[in-house]
Design a protein around this ligand. Structure first.
Ligand SMILES: [Zn+2]
Length: 132
């Protein structure tokens, strides 16, 4: 695994997020899909991975409400950070833009993007409406 390969998958992930698209990689030897993308397969260690589009639907596994945030998020507190399980079983952490009173375990969510931010920080989770 070279540093070039790692940078390539990370750059692609950030670039696609800037286009409001979620991407991952699919291992060409065992078919395992990883989100966010990794340069090496977590299951079979193969470096032969291809970037693939990922469906941004999933369910909320757990969450926490942040009252003291890092400086760049200071004006957003309190905000919710959750772990979302995608339909392919991969898990992503991100800010959940859903009122705290509406949060429930296994709540269907869909990826959304914050136009004010760049790269991975754009990712947000909002409530999925049926048919979406
Ligand atoms: Zn594999």
């Amino acid at each position: 695994m070279t540093e070039d390969r790692i940078n390539r998958v990370i750059e692609k992930y950030e670039e696609e997020i800037n286009n409001n698209k979620l991407t991952g990689v699919k291992c060409q030897s065992c078919g395992h899909v990883m989100v966010p993308p990794r340069p090496v397969c977590r299951q079979c260690r193969s470096p032969d991975v291809e970037i693939v589009p990922i469906d941004g639907r999933g369910k909320l596994l757990t969450w926490t409400i942040i009252h003291v945030g890092p400086p760049s998020y200071e004006n957003q507190v309190p905000y919710t950070v959750g772990i979302v399980e995608l339909e392919n079983g991969e898990r992503l952490t991100g800010i959940v833009d859903i009122p705290a009173t509406e949060l429930t375990y296994d709540l269907p969510v869909v990826a959304d993007f914050d136009a004010e931010r760049e790269g991975a920080a754009r990712l947000r989770w909002k409530k999925a409406v049926s048919g979406q």
